[in-house]
Design a protein around this ligand. Sequence first.
Ligand code: ACM
Length: 555
Amino acid sequence: MTSLLPQPRLTETAPGSLDVTPGGWIIGPPELVDAVRRALAVLDLRPAPGGLPDGQGPPLVSVAWDPGLGAEAYTLAVTPDGVRIAAGDASGAGHAAQTLRQLLGPEAFRSAVPRGTRWSVRCLRVADAPRFAWRGAHLDVARHFLPKREVLRMIDLLAAHKLNRLHLHLADDQGWRVESRAYPLLHEIASHRPRTIVSHYGEEEVFDETPHGGYYTLADLAEIGAYAAARGVTVVPEIDVPGHASAILAAYPSLGARPSEPHTVLDRWGISPAILSPLPATADFLGTVFDEIITALGGGTAVPYFHIGGDECVLDDWAASAEIAAYQRSLGLDSPAALHAWFLRALADVLATYGIRAVVWDEAFVSGSLRPDTVVMPWRGPGVARRAAAAGHNVVATPVFPLYFDYAEAASADEPLAIGDAITVDDVAAFDPAPASWTEEEAGKVLGAQFQLWSERIPDGRVLDYRAWPRGCALAEVAWSGGPRDPADLRARLAVHLARLDAFGVEYRPLDGPRPWQRGGTGHRRHRPGVIDVGMVARHLERLSHEAGSTRPSI
Ligand code: ACM
């Protein structure tokens, strides 16, 4: 058994085996050779652009274009004479190399191996291609900042699981996380808060009285984008507007719907009424900031998507402002909800001038008319996902249940603090982003799925590891392979795969529960089982998502 994860489309074993030692030769077109060498850095493969030196045997790896293979598809043949890879693009070559890395065994997931390490790989043939084009992870770096080194490491882990989108939630009420040369108060003021709440829902408020913050320079962002692209991962930046705007307004209060009101970077969670004004000055500001981010990420085709949020907007201040109400009327719009959709559509029009497609959370779709090419992330469940698909929008499945990984894996006091419970590996593995009950046309609108790591209760990279894996492995199986044959099949492969993650240095959640030092203990990081039941939340949000104009879920 090869225990590959995600499961390839076709795996055929063959007689014999191949001995592999680091330092072997690789030949092929430079772009594909680079992709293989990056994924298999541990093998220290030596490229031979001018051909192999005289007297060498066959190369350890040969890689070739096969234009007949689709995007990200590959074939891999391990023979006693060497490894042959064919791919239609560099991503496919990278995926083939990741498959070979899994075949080598857990030690291939270390950053380096001792001299003299030898592997033996059983001969086989793999033919593989993804089920979905969008296989993603969402990192909320706003609620808790995640240093650049953690983001780069997450990109390596995404690539190891054939995941290909990194959605970076760069702005929220609790922090703004990217440098702006045009509006420097964003990183100078909006990137930090003096303290953070540590009590949970329904409890007396307690704060840690410890500053928290951080931001990526534009050069950091450029590095993240380039590092991701070289590994077949596309960064999808998000600036969440017009709500979730407390941090922006702490820096530039004049952009608010109540321009004379002061704001602070929030030190607590939940939905804030702070909202940007929809007047033209806001669009000008955002256009400038978007341009800085797009330019840092390499512009044009390097940034196919830009997320502009649209979720959980409290529109009361728009309705209460005579100036905004007059603006709404001048546009021929009959409600603040319609203005909400119009505002996001105007931003999407700006992005379209770069050839970039906007992505929004589903409230923007429920509010009114979006650009037809806007991608919808239906976080409030499959009902709104199907309606968005039926309306012609591409959708990326992001439902709270089972893809919000800030929920605990078990309703147990052994767990570290989570927002609620429970979402298990099996729940994720059973998820179908394009259910069989949908029409073919609706299902065809589903680009894929991604898991969400909202970080109110994820303070650092260690907790991030625990929340992300192995549920992220199950999401990779869903999005790449179309889901496991059955839960037992996935669990059997996971048992092998977790040894790979151990070697990589991932502090995942063991399948039978946390290690002693991963528990929440009895202090403020203890879990409160049953405080929020994800099933109840999902049903509540599903109901809300059917109410046109409802942009204020109140969980
Ligand atoms: C969301 O959870 N507000 C997208």
